[in-house]
Design a protein around this ligand. Structure first.
Ligand code: ADP
Ligand code: MG
Length: 384
């Protein structure tokens, strides 16, 4: 970890005993500012206890938790709790309060004037695409489960806290709403960069959302790693089982373009000559070049065939013979990539960002290894 990262929560040798029962054992973790940490593990492994010790709803039996360098033992617990957002599964919106009032409970406690509270509620509702003109005055009972849970999340964000604790916040939702809220929350987090400790027992949720996953078992940390590393090198057979056996042979719906693309495709500029292009293809052993401008923006593709057809014509440059092409985004799935390539009958599919800058390349050849068995076998089985 680079030294420029700021540790915002530091758990040092935390233990929690209930009588003789050890609920949390020697928990050590440094959480960096802006990180989304997911605590995961089977029921009863100590996730909720750990979370509640963070804002001192539960007092550790031993050990220290520092928040922004301050010993939480020495901060007034009420002040500590108000400075940390907290979202739980049993949403617990106040039924007799409007959405707006529910969102701004903590700002009100902090003495924000009404105008500022309203502005904040409206701003937050807009963030999750709930029109404030429609929703601000509604009551919880008039909202769907997913909407209520969104309000629960907004309430935790309302006071502009920079740390949020979330205990299975989407646990009670149906799978579709749940997945929708996960996506929304991920987008929100990309904008807001809060420091988040998020508890779940759902590995899919953890892999999708976490910067780092903390896997617990019987009160102890078994592994702390990025989702990618957890998948690639599970610490032991417990982790392996917890991930699930078939996750490493993922379907094309789960494999993202940026996991399999070539990140350094051979490029050429539009004004370069055809002989030069041919030379580059030969020396790099490819039969296509990606044409980019000086900003590395994608312009087109030159294929070997097109080049051979035109090579005799003097004065032509790459831009005269390049062809346009469909493109795909890094975070799209390989299934989408396959579909585009099949529909457009293309060999090369450039991967671009939202400014059209070239990020990589999917080739038909690279697809074969990765997808052949999945797609063809799968589709074949479906037809039977
Ligand atoms: N108030 C309590 N009194 C006694 N035991 C408790 C209490 N709260 C939790 N425990 C026990 O501590 C362990 C961890 O609980 P918890 O943190 O709620 O687990 P998780 O959130 O991972 O499901 C469990 O064995 C649970 O039974
Ligand atoms: Mg729990």
């Amino acid at each position: 970890m680079s030294s420029s990262e700021e540790v915002i929560i530091n758990y040092q040798n935390i233990n929690k005993k209930y009588g003789n029962h050890k609920a949390v054992i020697d928990f050590n973790l440094e959480v960096n500012k802006g990180e989304l940490i997911i605590l995961i593990g089977p029921s009863g492994c100590g996730k909720t206890t750990t979370l509640k010790m963070t804002n001192r709803l539960i007092k550790p039996t031993s050990g220290k938790i520092y928040v922004k360098g301050e010993d939480t033992d020495k901060i007034n617990p009420v002040d500590l709790r108000r400075s940390i957002g907290y979202v739980i599964q049993e949403i617990a919106l106040f039924p007799h309060m409007s959405v707006e009032d529910n969102i701004t409970v903590v700002p009100k406690l902090l003495g924000w004037p009404p105008k500022r509270r309203r502005e904040r509620a409206y701003e937050l509702l807009n963030l999750v695409a709930m029109n404030p003109k429609i929703y601000a005055k509604r009551y919880p009972a008039e909202l769907s489960g997913g909407q209520q849970q969104r309000i629960g999340v907004l309430r935790a964000l309302a006071a502009d806290v920079d740390i949020i604790l979330m205990d299975e916040p989407f646990g009670s939702l149906d799978p579709i709403t749940r997945s929708q809220l996960q996506d929304e929350f991920k987008n929100l987090q990309e904008k807001l960069h809060k420091t988040i400790i998020f508890v779940t027992h759902d590995m899919d949720e953890a892999l999708k959302m976490a910067d780092r996953i903390v896997l617990m078992r019987s009160g102890k940390i078994v592994q702390i790693d990025t989702p990618d590393m957890i998948l690639r090198s599970p610490a032991d057979s417990f982790v392996k089982d917890f991930i699930g056996k078939d996750r490493l042979t993922r379907s094309p719906d789960e494999v993202l373009v940026n996991e399999v693309m070539y990140t350094d495709p051979i490029t050429i500029r539009p004004r370069q000559g055809l002989a030069e292009a041919l030379q580059r293809m030969k020396s790099r052993h490819v039969n296509g070049l990606i044409v980019v401008d000086s900003d590395h923006k994608f312009l087109g593709i030159v294929t070997l065939r097109k080049l051979q057809e035109n090579i005799e014509e003097k004065g032509k440059s790459v831009e005269n013979i390049m062809t346009t092409s469909s493109t795909i985004g890094e975070n799209q799935t390989m299934r989408e990539a396959v579909k585009i390539m099949a529909d457009a009958r293309i060999e090369y599919l450039p991967v671009v960002d939202d400014q059209k800058k070239l990020k990589g390349l999917i080739t038909r050849a690279s697809l074969v290894d990765i997808l052949l068995d999945h797609i063809w076998i799968e589709e074949g089985e479906k037809k039977e």
